[in-house]
Design a protein around this ligand. Sequence first.
Ligand SMILES: [Zn+2]
Length: 127
Amino acid sequence: MANASEVVTRRQQLVDRFARKLDKYFPETGEMKSWTISELEKSLMDDVTALARDVIELRLEVDAKRVSEVSPRCPDCEAALSSRLTPAHKHTLFGVVRYERTYGHCPACGRAFSPSGLGVRLREGLL
Ligand SMILES: [Zn+2]
């Protein structure tokens, strides 16, 4: 989970990346590229879609509310769960977004849990 200054930095990286994409439409120097409307539409769709994926991924990464403040306990034996992050992905309107998902397991009885499973809340909010 990122702290507030990391969020500002990561947000600025997104802004800078999109600003660089705008350069192909509105170059600060040199000639403007000749576009057909169809080419412009296609290019914009690709750029905006990529931006949307980046926004979702960053939001998932830095959303402090995704981490439960309460240490989860095993619903079977009440032992404190251990957790680990694993890569995950989700198909969205903008394509596949990647994020880390928390999985918990109970060191006492060996049960395993996903955030959405069995009422054990390792993550809250988005996903
Ligand atoms: Zn247990």
